[in-house]
Design a protein. Sequence first.
Length: 201
Amino acid sequence: MPPQTCDDHVSADGSASKRWSALDRLTDILQRLDAPFTLEDTVLPSHDEDCKTLIWKATINNDTDRSSSSDELKTDSAESSNGSFYFGTALRARDRVDQSLLRQLLRHYAWLHNTGVPETSEAATTTVSFTLADTAIAESLTGFKSGTIPPVGHVVPLPLFVDVALLGASHLRFGCEQQQDVRLDTATFLDVARRTSPKLV
């Protein structure tokens, strides 16, 4: 399916053009991955779920942390120079992030990422703090404007934490433009996520 054109939808301030570029970018990525998808009007059938993506920054706190206070972003990596890392969460649009559960998952992930082995009792001394990433950093890492970021197809591959509630839907929809969504069946979404994310949790 060729990318959709937007010539008839560009407003005077160019805002619609930006939304369409997000749609074009995601459809192009899915085409190159041979992932089947459809474009649908934004009317949500009962068996579909709207998916929202949030980009976060996590910081690992333990005795072995480096003392550098720099937060320079590596544009080719999800990690910043002070040992922090960036990641995404995918959840139903109507839901809120369970921050207590996310903190536990992040601690497990950070321990395994740093040591390469499952958690031990030493992991109890590791704490992880996290906050939503600055808009400019989120856009730089993903290549999408804020408000149109899908969970896959990012410029910099990010660890992705997927809410299990999404997996009960037959199809997921990602809103890249006000009048149209990208619609993927859930199995295809998981396949694309595994192929484009360094870690799927």
